[in-house]
Write a protein that binds this ligand. Structure first.
Ligand SMILES: [Mg+2]
Length: 127
């Protein structure tokens, strides 16, 4: 299944790594380095999945997730948090903000395509 996925990460190396891994799986990757750029992308297209870095300059990923989940137009898009904060309780913070899942950084390059495939296989409410 080839779908559009929006990857939001302010770290260019990480953004490139994640994008290339998922492009290799045949997906179309939309990239943004912050919430502002992501909003421009989302204004013209609605991806099937969003991978959201939590530590972003400007609006952080949790705040941005709350915003997207409060918006009729974007609330159905699953959001998977990408975060280096592999601390106890941070997964709960991501879920509380409305994230549907959680992937810890550093990214496991062998596992990521599988983790994303699992997300895409999940039935969510469609618009
Ligand atoms: Mg970051």
């Amino acid at each position: 299944m080839s779908v559009e996925i929006l990857v939001i990460d302010d770290n260019p190396t990480n953004l490139k790594l994640v994008s290339e891994l998922l492009e290799f799986e045949g997906h179309m990757i939309l990239k943004a380095e912050d919430a502002e750029e992501a909003q421009v992308v989302l204004a013209r297209t609605l991806p099937e999945l969003i991978l959201m870095d939590i530590a972003l300059p400007g609006m952080d990923g949790l705040t941005f997730t709350r915003k997207l989940k409060a918006d009729e137009r974007t609330r159905h898009i699953p959001i998977v948090a990408l975060t280096a904060f592999a601390m106890k309780g941070d997964d709960q913070k991501a879920f509380d903000a409305g994230c549907d899942g959680y992937i810890t950084k550093p990214i496991d390059t062998r596992k990521l395509p599988e983790q994303v495939a699992e997300w895409l296989a999940k039935e969510g409410p469609k618009p």
